[in-house]
Ligand binder design. Structure first.
Ligand SMILES: Nc1ncnc2c1ncn2[C@@H]1O[C@H](COP(=O)(O)OP(=O)(O)OP(=O)(O)O)[C@@H](O)[C@H]1O
Length: 265
């Protein structure tokens, strides 16, 4: 892991985090310290526990054991003020279809305590940068997948959060917009913002992350820079490292079985 001056306070600190659904542990003791300016590529197979961890940090899931501290405070202490410093882009952009983009974004801004007029101006300018100026007053119901994703990204940034949780933020974006968002993440991190980036697109995670945390069956299986992970596992790409650490080699055989079943009479 990269060397970090011990006097710098972690933005996020997790100790022995465990979570049980019914009788099954989905998080089995997670320990993690994340520092300002880091872009954490948070990866793992489907069902590994990534969303559960993020939802606990956002205060959306209760019933965990262990300790989660954000900005130095235990999130269980009852003060939800920390949420004002967080931005969140969920995996699926759930927006209010009957609202216009302007109505939705000013509504979200007001929830974060922003002044309506200032928020309107800021949202309009951000949407313009995403080539969405002409639909700012249109209902979200008419938006394409990519337009919804861009609206979601704008809504997560309006209040200038210090910590961003992004779940597949490039989903549905065209190639130009992908370039903007990747550069945006790098520039926000350079300003000291912390980004928790969950994605299954290994090529992007490999390039954008300053540190990669791999979750496997509710536990951290690897934690370090891409170079460190590469050295340790003696593999080439992050995809290779991922496959090795999750013990997955049979993709060709599975694809063959798919094809043979699909082709059955
Ligand atoms: N509300 C719930 N009730 C019961 N089980 C749940 C609930 N939410 C998640 N789980 C289970 O917890 C495990 C971890 O789920 P989680 O959504 O955190 O995985 P993930 O790593 O985000 O997966 P993906 O990459 O598919 O998004 C899964 O086995 C899932 O079925």
């Amino acid at each position: 892991m990269s060397v970090i001056a011990s006097e710098i306070e972690p933005v996020l600190s997790i100790r022995d985090l465990r979570m049980k659904y019914d009788d099954r542990y989905v998080l089995k003791g997670i320990d993690l310290d994340v520092y300002p300016g880091q872009i954490i590529g948070y990866i793992g197979a489907n069902g590994a526990g990534k969303s559960t961890t993020v939802k606990i940090m956002l205060g959306l899931v209760q019933g965990y054991t262990g300790e989660v501290r954000l900005f130095g405070r235990d999130i269980a202490d009852g003060d939800v003020g920390y949420k004002r410093r967080i931005g969140y882009v969920p995996e699926v952009a759930e927006l209010y279809d009957s609202l216009t983009a302007r109505e939705y974004l000013t509504f979200v801004g007001e929830l974060y305590g922003l002044d309506n007029e200032r928020c309107d101006r800021k949202a309009r300018r951000l949407m313009e940068l995403f080539q969405l100026k002409d639909v700012y007053e249109a209902r979200i119901a008419s938006f394409s997948k990519g337009m919804r994703q861009k609206t979601m990204l704008v809504s997560s940034l309006l209040h200038d959060p210090d910590l961003l949780f992004l779940d597949e933020p490039l989903s549905g974006l065209d190639a130009n917009s992908v370039l903007i968002v990747k550069e945006l993440m790098a520039q926000l991190a350079a300003e000291g913002k912390t980004i928790f980036y969950s994605s299954h697109i290994m090529e992007v995670v490999e390039k954008i992350s300053s540190r990669i945390v791999l979750l496997a069956e509710g536990q951290i299986a690897a934690d370090g820079t891409f170079e460190e992970l590469k050295e340790r596992s003696e593999e080439g790409t992050l995809e290779d490292i991922f496959n090795r650490l999750t013990g997955f080699h049979e993709f060709k055989a599975i694809a063959e079985q798919f094809v043979s079943i699909v082709r059955e009479e």
